[in-house]
Design a protein around this ligand. Sequence first.
Ligand code: C2E
Ligand code: MG
Ligand code: MG
Length: 512
Amino acid sequence: MLDSRILRSPVLVLVAGLVAAIVAEMLAFSGMGTTPDELSRAAAVGFIASCGAAAMAALQRVAHHRTAESLSRARHDADHDALTGLVNRAELHRQLEQAMRQARIDDTVVGVLFLDLDRFKVVNDTLGHDAGDELLKAVAQRLRSSTRSTDVVARVGGDEFVVMCRGLLTEESVVAVARQILKRFTDPVPLGGRMQLASTSVGIAVATPGEGRTPEEIVRDADAAMYRAKRDRSGFAVFDEHERAILLNRLSIERDLSRALTDHQLEVHYQPVVEAPSGQVLGFEALVRWRHPDRGLLGPGTFLPVAQDAGLMAKIGELVLREACAQAADWNRRLPADRQIKIGVNVAEQQLVDSRLPAIVREVLAWSRLEPENLTLEITEDVMVEHLSGLDCLRELRAMGVQLAIDDFGTGQSSLSYIRQFDMVTHLKIDQSFVREMNSDTANRAIVEAIVTMARALDLQIVAEGVEQPDQAETLMALGVTLMQGYLFSPPVPVSELDEPADWSAVAAAKP
Ligand code: C2E
Ligand code: MG
Ligand code: MG
């Protein structure tokens, strides 16, 4: 059968037309058939027609070539990341699936390495987005050059990369690849005119021939291991059974969490903030709890990270805000004007980046009739630094009269230069880890002193968290810190366990 490409070839069409014209001329000269005039005309028409056909075919070819080119470009664009030219997540999954099929035949393993750059946000924030892009491209180049041509390097998120290596025999070989990559990362990269270190954490998952995980699940497992590597600052970590158990637990929590919201299983507990040494209750912090039907009362550490990943944090946050404001307004109606309490409500990352936050807070305040100055929104230092773009939203809240606290201060990885940008903040909460070690470790005491001095200079109110022992309260008072929160006074409790507002000061004062 003739190939359609041959039929479309303009040269062939032209040659065929010319042959037809020559045959017609020859017939005319030999006097065969019709008159020579008619045959010459026929030859001319044949020649012109063949030229036209050749031109058409040429045009068709160009168009066909262009379409094929743009189709293959579109296919390439759909599979690749525009900035780095690496394959994207969808293409990685396809290639991983294919590699796992091959590994079953070869009896080899497939290694999946999940990389996340350390402190990439800081590069973006301090050196700008162009520098951030430059860094991503340099990392892509580095990964390509430190892997084999049969390995796949993908960019699967902002600063997240995956390397897939096939044809390896053991888990140790995969670990060796991770070590090799980490070694390459000890060389600084040129960035914004100077050399900069770009460190990374690597999570490893190994797909073995007999196993039943999907490509998505293997990448997810490598991602989970990466979190451990980052947390432990160990460079790399391999996904193991322990991690699998944690992951299954997370999945079951995620499954139950939406039910928790509809079935009103979440409740708010309140921990007093007292003034030392009088012990007077100045306010409370609202802390969410989950009364799980099978597992009992769960603390926020078990389910808030899952809620954050599942995109449920905004809903939970609003629920706590609403309940806490209503409760505080109710207490304040029962308290004299000079003893009105403040309520502290934690704001999660997902809430801070949501531009509707000021409107939601405004609506809840109006609905609950709580005075704005009696609401303190608490945002952790890490979240504030990660979302400097959310500061406008905080300014708007401050303009409404709401108080703002930096929570867990001292634990974040921020540099002190950020603090100057937080001019809308009114309170600073010293993290409990410093308070706990304050009297046994002189370095921690020095840190607390430094935080107190800085907070004073910036005109911020200081609250010490996690005060458990009388000697801690005494040291804090000696440093001039009088607002405290901790088990020494009371753990967080449900409303039903709290006394009537009129009796609060007496109870708290008796404790220290
Ligand atoms: P946080 O805002 O720093 O809250 C203080 C945490 O310290 C609470 O833990 C509290 O129970 C605990 N704590 C208080 N006094 C002491 C003490 O003397 N010793 C010790 N060891 N711990 C003490 P909890 O309730 O487990 O909450 C943990 C974190 O979860 C909170 O830290 C906050 O960041 C977050 N969280 C809790 N509720 C919410 C919420 O409704 N929304 C958001 N976004 N985050 C919440
Ligand atoms: Mg807090
Ligand atoms: Mg805190």
